[in-house]
Design a protein around this ligand. Structure first.
Ligand SMILES: *Cc1c(COP(=O)(O)O)cnc(C)c1O
Length: 386
């Protein structure tokens, strides 16, 4: 073996991606430096129209982060005190943080043990729990497309419709993912629920060089509200303030970075899918590989495998680290087990979400990973034992 076979394998390699983009990125940045419109410059509008077309949504409103996208979407519905917002217990902290910031109550829902997505039977049960208790008003569902895979949006939408719940897709990890034609018109995520929020944090599938996010909706009324809310609740003129809003705009520089990355995005998605297939083929039966959501195309933000018990996971993690291979645990704890959120949980057991953190491990999956590197990850894991 040559020296290269033992070179470290980074979990994410944004420098390699930057080199691959070449002068196209610099040209985009130089254009912003030349016109000097750093806030709501022409690149912002260009990005919004390209992103809307990409995922088949009528409107795209870019914002300052994925978290702010969630917040603006919920502010636009007037969600607040007394409202129950259903969301998976196994997700990033922001999903639960936003309803709490607005005075609403997160109601944690269990997830599927194989795909890690929100569990529809648990969602139904949790809505029934809230109705039975009679304290909170069932108001919204934040479905999360976890790790790049789409959640079961047709299923979530059907359950939500029975109680007229607002459906918000937390697509922060999954921009570019899709559900198949028979179910959603072949659409990329962004077109189906009432609103879709995504993030352009650098490590997400489509990442900026700083914070950024976007909202997608088919509703003209919602899109207009989102534009107002992201600029301090402004009206038709800049100094007319119609509502309490926030400073939630995407910087022009970040829009320029994203435009350059959008040009290579489809190719990157294909590359991530190829890595996922190498992992599937090399690891299925040895560890639990992520179950594909039926009819879904994943954006593969994260490729997580499941071990049968914690010690096996810890051994594998140590072996990968010793071999210089990046890996990570998403998420060590379910959200209702976090000190900040425990007090807002009603105490109902969510056994899948509570157990996953001890057995899960995310492997490197990025577009600059070579087949040989993916093979080496497989080999190191197999040697470590399942
Ligand atoms: C990253 C992430 C967010 C927040 O996005 P930011 O752009 O970092 O604010 C929200 N939800 C989920 C599921 C995420 O992974």
């Amino acid at each position: 073996m040559n020296a290269e076979s033992f070179a470290p394998i980074p979990f994410l390699d944004l420098k390699a991606q930057q080199a691959r983009m070449g002068p196209a990125l610099r040209a985009r940045l130089d254009a912003v430096l030349a016109h000097g419109q750093y806030v709501l410059g022409p690149e912002v509008a260009e990005l919004e129209s390209r992103l809307a077309a990409f995922c088949g949504a009528r409107h795209c409103v870019s914002v300052s982060s994925g978290t702010d996208a969630l917040q603006i979407a919920m502010m636009a519905e007037g969600i607040g005190r007394g409202d129950a917002v259903f969301l998976p217990a196994f997700t990033y902290t922001a999903t639960a943080e936003v309803p709490l910031l607005l005075g609403a109550t997160p109601v944690f829902v269990d997830v599927d043990p194989h795909s890690f997505q929100i569990d529809l039977a648990s969602l139904k049960a949790r809505i029934a729990d809230v109705k039975r208790a009679g304290v909170l008003r069932p108001r919204a569902v934040i479905g999360v497309d976890l790790f790049g895979q789409p959640a079961d949006w047709p299923g979530i939408s059907e359950i939500a419709a029975r109680d007229a719940l607002f459906t918000l897709d937390d697509c922060a990890q999954s921009f570019g993912a899709a559900l198949d034609g028979a179910r959603l018109g072949g659409a990329k995520l962004g077109g189906a629920p009432d609103a879709t929020a995504t993030s352009f944090f650098p490590s997400k599938p489509l990442g900026a060089y700083g914070d950024g996010g976007a909202l997608f909706t088919q509703s003209d009324k919602r899109a207009a509200l989102y534009r107002s809310l992201r600029t301090h609740g402004e009206g038709t003129t800049r100094y007319e303030v119609l509502r309490i809003g926030m400073n939630g705009r995407l910087d022009t520089m970040q829009a320029a970075v994203l435009l350059a990355k959008l040009d290579i995005f489809e190719g990157e998605m294909a590359r991530r899918e190829a890595i996922a297939q190498i992992y599937d083929a090399g690891l299925a039966g040895f560890v639990g590989v992520p179950a594909r959501v039926a009819g879904g195309q994943s954006a593969w933000a994260v490729y997580s495998v499941l071990f049968t018990h914690e010690a096996a996971r810890d051994t594998a993690q140590a072996a990968l680290r010793a071999a210089g291979i990046g890996c990570a645990v998403y998420y060590p704890r379910a959200l209702h087990q976090q000190p900040a959120y425990a007090a807002s949980h009603d105490g109902v057991a969510l056994p899948v979400a509570e157990g996953l953190g001890r057995r899960i491990l995310a492997l490197p999956i990025h577009p600059d990973l070579t087949d040989a590197q993916a093979d080496r990850v497989v080999a190191v894991l197999r040697r470590a034992g399942g």
